[in-house]
Design a protein around this ligand. Structure first.
Ligand SMILES: [Zn+2]
Length: 136
């Protein structure tokens, strides 16, 4: 998690003074692995993808390929917050889908999670606001 913290600090420093909702979406979707110093979605990227790495996250007791990581993203700015609004995306903030059956086929060691493991089909970044009806 220190690698994610280092990348978060680096990202914020480069975006300082120009952070808006679009930049926040990019932050949440970021795939830079600051330890490997390359773009690579994994447990070290801000958009966490533990399910793709054999390393897992030992500090959390997660073995390799644990189906965990970033599962949604949300952002707002002062204007949106004043209007009780925010943007959000279900699934990995980068838009990558997760399909439980495909995952379990490749990682039967997690079959015990089958009753609870759900597909995580990423939707688009979507604006939500207080009082919104489902048809809006
Ligand atoms: Zn991602």
């Amino acid at each position: 998690m220190n690698a994610r913290h280092a990348r978060a600090d680096e990202f914020v420093q480069t975006a300082k003074g120009k952070i808006d909702v679009e930049v926040a979406e990019a932050f949440l979707s970021d795939h830079i692995d600051s330890f490997e110093k390359k773009e690579q979605a994994d447990e070290r990227s801000l958009c966490g993808h533990v399910e793709v790495t054999a390393r897992g996250v030992k500090e959390w007791g997660w073995e390799g390929y644990n189906p965990g990581g970033a599962v949604q993203g949300k952002a707002t700015d002062s204007r949106m917050a004043a209007n009780m609004s925010f943007v959000a995306r279900a699934g990995h903030p980068c838009g990558a889908d997760f399909f439980a059956a495909d995952f379990l086929e490749h990682h039967p060691e997690y079959a015990w999670q089958k009753p609870l493991l759900r597909d995580m089909k990423a939707g688009p970044w979507t604006t939500f606001k207080a009082g919104q009806k489902s048809s809006e």
